[in-house]
Design a protein around this ligand. Structure first.
Ligand code: NDP
Length: 600
């Protein structure tokens, strides 16, 4: 039987009640009746917020050709798919990407201060294949983008790539897919892998007057260096005489604020919910350590990180940072196996106490760093750890000690209320600014297939979303569906996500690559699960999906809990490590016959 974590923090009943009440009150202050509908998409009249500042538009003739595989999305998911398909022996692999180059979210996001907030030795994929060891424990965005491009070169993925191209329709036609695009292309491919949409579409708050503000505005994912000057390392000299507003205080703003604070004449940070801000402690890679790495180091380290943050047994904590410390300190809060022997109520009581202790430490950190007590009070996060994406910075909180920086709390007003021609308005007070920077995030995890923006017509012309409307979402392992042969979805659908999402995507890409390799070896033309296999998998998801709706329901609103209107997450409960092993066993055993059947 497992033992409880070594020390259970002591809280009196009164302290527990007070914290619970405070959390509830802070949530109530922020829940909005319009939920996710409060946001506007960066399209139509706001389309310019999503324009590409990094590449010149170019013309090309529409393509009417045939390749072996088409991958939608040139971010790390698509690149991993491309690489793994190359390893599976495919010659013609075409990645189709809306941006002007590979990198996905790292192509779009180049804001000052941009860094990976997960250790780069576990976050960046295909490090050994490319022969690269990141230069920092937490890589700057440009290093990550360069690595994405290096993957493209290493696996010869530029040859057939189509950039600045959006796929508009997928249609199954007599044994292959027709892929239509917004450039008039009509390409054919045996296999299609969909890997787009995770942090793709910038979103804006639907604030009245947003269109009538006369100053300069842009979204952090399309940083306008033409206006601010400088680059991702800072030096924003164009802001020296500017009054700037940053709206939002999520993981992006935490990285941006210190730079704008340093360089702008005046900065107002408009906060609705404060982030939890833990220690960063970035440092350059030790060259001796890099030289000592043995083959297989990358997979071992990734698996170790995954084990620690998902509460799996791990003898060592190789990454040993604030992510893993939190998972350890909280008694592996997301643990599944680790708490299996415990009475649920008892475990949840202990978990809550550890959580209070962790969050108290983070709130104390705010008090230690921020000089002005009133500002410090506003910056304290009052919710359970993980309600919002945890953030890490040794600079963010300090920025509020600068005389040119002010924090504006918008919590009681549902956020920024409106814009006038020259101001941001909160609680009836006008804050005159020259420039508004939206650090308001993305539509997270909604691929165009799932939203219906990209219609997918399978066998007999059936539309995927229509099929799912009748049966509920039905896949085998989250990847493939009956009636839609040779089509693979990467992402969080009906499988086991984790914080190191690129690792999850790479494991998925490995799986898809090996399934396709097996199909080719056996001369199977259509990879397609039987309906029964899908039904069994959905039953597995239903039976194991973690019952965390109560946790989401008590959190302050945000995209993690569908803006406070929590909906059950449908994921594989035992977690990513067990899921990945399940896939390996499935591939090496009879399971794979479920999608390959007889040679056809
Ligand atoms: P988020 O969605 O996390 O944050 C958006 C922010 O905008 C929130 O603080 C939100 O407040 C605020 N906001 C929205 N509407 C209003 C309004 N009307 N008035 C005032 N404030 C408003 O977006 P981010 O870009 O910060 O992060 C998105 C994701 O990107 C992260 O969760 C993370 O997964 C990823 N990321 C990863 C990094 C990495 O290194 N791997 C680095 C940066 C981001 P509220 O919380 O109250 O809704």
């Amino acid at each position: 039987m497992s033992t409880l974590p070594p020390s259970i923090p002591e809280f009196s009943d009164a302290e527990v009640d007070a914290l619970r009440q405070r959390y509830r009150a802070e949530r109530e202050r922020r829940v909005r009746p319009d939920g996710s509908a409060q946001y506007a998409r960066a399209e139509g009249g706001f389309g310019y917020y999503a324009e590409d500042p990094h590449a010149e538009e170019f013309d090309r003739e529409p393509l009417h050709d045939r390749v072996e595989a088409i991958v939608l999305g040139g971010g790390f998911g698509g690149l991993c798919a491309g690489a793994r398909l190359r390893q599976a022996g495919l010659e013609r692999i075409r990645i189709i990407e809306k941006g002007g180059d590979f990198g996905g979210t790292w192509y779009w996001n180049r804001y000052p201060g941009i860094h990976c907030d997960i250790e780069s030795y576990v976050y960046l994929p295909l490090l050994e294949e490319v022969g690269y060891v990141p230069k920092w424990k937490y890589s700057p965005g440009e290093e990550i983008r360069q690595h994405a491009m290096a993957i493209g070169r290493t696996f010869d993925l530029y040859r057939d790539a189509c950039f600045q191209t959006g796929v508009t329709e997928l249609q199954w036609d007599d044994g292959e897919w027709i892929v239509r695009t917004d450039r008039g292309d009509e390409m054919r491919a045996t296999y299609v892998v969909v890997s787009n949409g995770t942090l793709d579409h910038p979103k804006l708050p639907g604030i009245p007057g947003i269109g009538s503000f006369r100053g300069h505005t842009f979204h952090t994912s399309r940083w306008d260096y033409g206006y601010t000057g400088g680059g991702p390392d800072g030096g924003l000299d164009g802001l020296a005489d500017k009054r700037v507003a940053i709206i939002g205080t999520g993981a992006t703003a935490i990285q941006v604020v210190p730079h704008v604070a340093r360089d702008a004449a005046q900065l107002h940070v408009f906060q609705r919910t404060p982030s939890s801000v833990d220690v960063r402690d970035n440092r350059p890679t030790d060259p001796e350590w890099a030289a000592s790495l043995e083959p297989g180091w990358h997979a071992r380290r990734r698996e170790n990180f995954q084990a620690v943050v998902t509460g799996r047994p791990a003898e060592v904590d190789l990454v040993d940072d604030a992510w893993t410390a939190s998972a350890n300190v909280l008694g592996k809060i997301i643990a599944t196996d680790a708490r299996a022997d415990w009475d649920v109520d008892e475990w949840e009581r202990v978990e809550e106490l550890l959580d209070f202790e962790k969050m108290n430490r983070l709130r104390a950190r705010v008090e230690e760093v921020v000089d002005d007590p009133a500002t410090a009070e506003l910056l304290k996060p009052w919710y359970r750890y993980g309600c919002k994406r945890p953030t890490f910075s040794d600079e963010y909180l300090k920025a509020f000690n600068r005389p040119n920086v002010a924090l504006v709390d918008t919590a009681d007003h549902g956020g920024v209320e409106r814009f006038s021609e020259n101001s941001v308005v909160v609680g009836g007070q006008e804050y005159e600014v020259d420039c508004v920077i939206f650090a308001t995030g993305f539509e997270v995890g909604k691929s165009d297939v799932m939203t219906g923006r990209l219609p997918v017509h399978g066998r007999d012309g059936t539309r995927l979303l229509d099929a799912w409307r009748e049966t509920g979402v039905r896949t085998l392992h989250g990847f493939c569906c009956n009636g839609f042969p040779n089509l693979f979805h990467l992402g969080a659908l009906q499988n086991a996500p984790s914080v190191n999402f690129v690792h999850v995507l790479d494991e998925q890409a490995i799986h898809v690559g090996e399934v396709i390799a097996a199909a080719r070896e056996r001369g199977v033309k259509c990879v397609e699960p039987a309906v029964e296999a899908e039904i069994d998998w959905v039953a597995t998801i239903e039976a194991t999906s973690p019952e965390r709706a109560w946790f989401d329901a008590e959190c302050t609103p945000g995209y993690y809990n569908n803006e406070g209107a929590a909906r059950p997450r449908r994921t594989f409960g035992p977690g990513p490590a067990v899921f990945q092993q399940l896939l390996r066993d499935w591939r090496s055993g009879d399971g794979i016959d479920e999608v390959l059947g007889d040679a056809n």
